[in-house]
Structure formats: structure tokens, C-alpha cells
Design a protein around this ligand. Structure first.
Ligand SMILES: *Cc1c(COP(=O)(O)O)cnc(C)c1O
Length: 224
């Protein structure tokens, strides 16, 4: 007989994280219903994901289109929301629009054009976040702060459904100032969505206004 201790613990970790989010939201006088927890399942197999589906988790994140195409068609339920949280090549725009409900990594005009064409073709319009390079780390993707206004104008002209800003702050430093900056930029540009906060800092992100937190390791364990 197999034990289901791993699924118990996945469900338990999920419950803990939801509690943490609710507590951080309460401290910031926010409604926790306005915060979407995305379970970042990249590199983890179906067996690790199923217990979370069973526990009622609806939102999942992947960072590679091909991996998501291989895993999710068989797994996804009618209420599953798939989020693309990794960098996206323009030549994968069609596949991404086909599969994902939300795309977090829009960061350059060429990708805006490719996504707009893909959406027209598919007749589907996934919500889009503009990823901002808050830590000036171009290798992570994200639009430079100086180029954000023009990229937003381009995305709006192309009729992308831009719902907010996304950031990945530098590792190993306090994330709060980067979250606060991203929140201010979103406010300045009239955007309500804020995708920020990962395993080590999702509570801080919630206090500073995150509407989407992207949590992998704290839910699934390390990616090895
Ligand atoms: C992997 C990843 C996450 C999850 O990171 P954890 O530290 O494992 O929670 C969140 N956002 C992005 C963009 C990622 O690539």
C-alpha cells in the first residue's frame, strides 16, 4: 500500500500559505479574496500537482511553454487557470495564447505584436501583465523602467488586455522597496493588477498590494 503523506503535506502547505496570505491581507486591511495564489509547478510532475488540484487549488504557473503543453492538457480541470510566468519568445506566442489564461512576461514591442496577432488569430485574449525590470537585471527579462510608458502605449494600441505589472526583484536583498516601486508604477499608470511575491516574500508582497503571488518552492518543495 502506498501512503499519501506527500499529498497530505502538499494540501497542508497549501492551507498554511493561504492562512499566511489571509493574515497579511488582514494586516493591510485588504480583502484576501482579491489575492490570487498561483502554484508555480514548473519542473514538477503530474503526481506532485494532482494533490493540489484535489485540494481545490485552481491557479498554476509554468515558465516554459513546451513543458506546460506536455503536462497540462491531461491535468487541467474546467476551473484551472494557467499562468505563464517565464520569459516568452515571440515565436511561441501562438502556443502560449492557446494554452494560458494569463501571461506575466510581456516585456518588449516585438512580443506585444506577436501576442496581438496570436490573440486575433485564436479569438482568445489571455490577461497580460507587463514585466518590469525593477532591479535593472536585463537577463531576467522585463522592460526597463524608462521604456515602460512607451511599451504600455504600444500594448494598449495593440488591444492587449493589460491588467497590471509584474516584477521579480533581485535575489538575496530586501524585496519590499522593489514591490513598493512596482505598486507605485502600476498606480501611476492606472493598472489594478500587481503580480509580485514568491516563496520567500509573498507576505511582504501582499502587504504592499500584490493581487497575484507566485509560489513554487514553499508549496512543492525544492526543484532539485
Ligand atoms: C519559479 C518562479 C516563481 C516561484 O519561485 P519560488 O521561489 O519557487 O516560489 C515565481 N515567479 C517566477 C517568475 C518564477 O520563475
Amino acid at each position: 500500500m502506498t501512503t499519501d503523506s506527500s499529498s497530505d503535506s502538499a494540501a497542508a502547505r497549501l492551507a498554511t500559505i493561504r492562512d499566511d496570505i489571509a493574515r497579511a491581507a488582514a494586516a493591510a486591511r485588504r480583502d484576501p479574496a482579491g489575492i490570487e495564489l498561483v502554484a508555480v509547478s514548473k519542473t514538477h510532475p503530474a503526481e506532485a500537482i494532482e494533490p493540489l488540484l484535489g485540494a481545490g487549488q485552481a491557479s498554476f504557473g509554468e515558465n516554459r511553454v513546451q513543458e506546460a503543453q506536455a503536462k497540462w492538457p491531461a491535468l487541467r480541470r474546467t476551473d484551472t487557470r494557467l499562468h505563464l510566468v517565464g520569459q516568452l519568445q515571440s515565436n511561441k506566442a501562438d502556443d502560449a495564447v492557446e494554452l494560458f489564461n494569463v501571461i506575466h512576461s510581456v516585456d518588449r514591442p516585438r512580443l506585444v505584436d506577436a501576442l496581438a496577432r496570436a490573440m486575433d488569430k485564436a479569438g482568445r485574449r489571455p490577461d497580460c501583465f507587463i514585466q518590469v525590470d525593477v532591479g535593472e537585471e536585463p537577463q531576467k527579462g522585463g522592460v526597463a523602467l524608462a521604456d515602460l510608458p512607451s511599451l504600455l502605449a504600444t500594448a494598449r494600441d495593440a488591444k492587449l488586455p493589460v491588467v497590471g505589472l509584474m516584477c521579480v526583484p533581485p535575489a538575496d536583498v530586501e524585496a519590499a522597496p522593489y514591490f513598493a516601486l512596482t505598486a507605485k508604477l502600476a498606480r501611476d499608470h492606472g493598472l489594478a493588477g500587481l503580480s509580485m511575491g514568491m516563496s520567500s516574500d509573498y507576505e511582504t508582497a501582499v502587504m504592499l498590494g500584490a493581487t497575484v503571488v507566485r509560489v513554487g518552492t514553499a508549496l512543492f518543495g525544492s526543484r532539485g
